[in-house]
Design a protein around this ligand. Structure first.
Ligand code: SF4
Length: 225
């Protein structure tokens, strides 16, 4: 069964917005850009409508690089098959911040206000990330209440999980009535959305929370954690 959580508050981290805009930690924006970012964050709070949806599924079989969940849902990823091998359940999820912010970004672009549009777009990315973090916290609370732990969060397009597997998640979640869809290129609509999976397990806690990066051979990966 798909569970929905909507209309919750998130806190947008200005430092993360700056990072998204390409500023280094030791060299932030000048004061006029900084105050514009601050103003656009305030605007964004009025445009964002948070929603997230998740579905708990039993992990039926793990045979690298495939994980088979209940209803025959197949995830193909060597990294995920290692991560989920110690899990009894997994939460597949979709999260988004609605259409309001991206409509405002499009409007700003049409008006030629590219700086504001770029800043607001970066704020939208940070807000989508925070929305997914909120969902992750809820799944953690659920797992903890049953004496279990959760893994890190994974999304199609990251590690070795192919972006086309968005289709598997969207189909399993029956996304259309949730107001979410995919383009032919597997881009999500609304654009500021996050999809993915989180494992839940009741044993070998250390293995659950370990990052798979320690056995991954991608030495040039920027997302190592
Ligand atoms: S190093 Fe990069 S690709 Fe490898 S598991 Fe970590 S995040 Fe994924």
């Amino acid at each position: 069964m798909v569970e929905a959580i909507k209309g919750f508050e998130i806190e947008i981290d200005k430092n993360e917005v700056c990072r998204c805009l390409g500023y280094r930690r030791d060299q932030g924006p000048n004061s006029s850009i900084s105050s514009l970012i601050h103003k656009e964050i305030e605007v964004a709070y009025g445009l964002i409508q948070t929603s997230c949806f998740y579905q708990l599924m039993d992990v039926r079989q793990v045979r690298r690089p495939r994980v088979i969940l209940e209803n025959g849902l197949v995830i193909t990823s060597d990294v995920l098959s290692r991560v989920l091998s110690c899990c009894r359940q997994a939460a597949i999820f979709l999260a988004n911040i609605g259409q309001g912010l991206e409509e405002r970004v499009a409007q700003l672009m049409n008006e030629g206000q590219m700086l504001k549009a770029t800043i607001l777009d970066a704020i939208g990315s940070e807000a989508a990330e925070k929305t997914a973090c909120y969902l992750q916290d809820k799944v953690r609370e659920l797992a903890n209440s049953n004496g279990a732990e959760i893994t890190l969060r994974y999304s199609p397009g990251y590690c070795d999980w192919d972006i086309t597997q968005q289709r598997v998640l969207f189909e399993a979640m029956n996304s259309a009535p949730l107001g979410m869809s995919l383009t032919e290129e597997c881009l999500m609509v609304p654009r500021k959305s996050v999809s993915g999976i989180i494992g839940l397990g009741r044993f070998e806690k250390r293995r659950l929370t370990h990052s798979p990066c320690r056995f991954c051979t991608k030495t040039d990966c920027q997302s190592r954690r």
